[in-house]
Design a protein around this ligand. Sequence first.
Ligand code: PLP
Ligand code: COI
Length: 339
Amino acid sequence: MVNLDWKNLPFGYIKTNYNVRCYYRNGAWGELEISSSEYINMHMAATCLHYGQEAFEGLKAYRGKDGKVRVFRVEENAKRMAGTAKYIRMAEPPVDLFIKAVETVVHLNKEFVPPYESGATLYIRPLLIGTGAQVGVNPADEFLLIMFVTPVGPYYKKGFTPIDVVIERETDRAAPLGTGHIKVGGNYAASLPAQDKAHALGFSVSLYLDAREKKYIDEAGTANFFAIKDNTYITPKSHSILPSITNLSLIQLAEHIGLKVERRKIAVEELATFEEAGACGTAAVISPIAKVVDIENNITYQLCKDNEPGPISVKLYEQLVGIQYGNIPDPFGWVTIIE
Ligand code: PLP
Ligand code: COI
């Protein structure tokens, strides 16, 4: 293993040995290539630069107590990237190609997979861009799928300690029938003003409401929202949120541990009735929410007692992370061991 300060890694970029690339040209995907360059050489009229033909993904590799390296639900990420590609008219990377690329890039950078119990993981960033030149608004005819990895610490500095969240009403990350349900860079550009504001006010993250009515909870800029009430796992149903693979997994785990599950519209005022709440995602894992502040209406919703994560959030967290690290059985076949 390389020598890094594993316990204090930020969620940031660290150079590793290799990335992998695959080009789509003349209507077909080529061979997977291995590169040690951190740079891309491309045409200045590439569609990713002008018209946002860009899709990305995020997943992680975990080093277990047994020394084995596991990746979590890679097939789901592959399918989601294909869905994003299709929507913005890019060539869809076949699921098999995506999985092979993930396995290859993790294998080649195995020494960067953080040690067990360091709290760090290897973040895998698949990226698909339109590289073909266009000046009119049209899809490219050439694409590049690239995957790099970087060892990361927790996304929200507090890790599994509860975070404070602020409701965002001045901006939207996605339009009601826009691109919130797919993983395109533009959604994240649109989230930067709200993030700036949240940070300036001392919050970890902002919580978006539905863009049409501003009545219902959508999600955070980088994670889905869930809440617990009356032995029920409740999470928003909305066209403008990203279908989080972590959330999908928590829904299954919640059912597995005997909770009911509701996927429905969640009115903001309902926050007052929740026993627990959290933000969930690959980068966020589960970040329990201590409080949600609604500045415009001068309301603070307390969602933690004594700033401690609630018992059901703890249980879900232990199940999820237990499967990811191989500490408990994986009844759903979610992990792939990287040889
Ligand atoms: N919502 C948004 C906007 C995200 O960027 C992410 C991160 O990928 C998530 C939710 C969580 O999704 P996942 O659990 O698939 O990582
Ligand atoms: C992830 O959880 O993988 C994300 O995409 C969040 C953020 C780093 C964009």
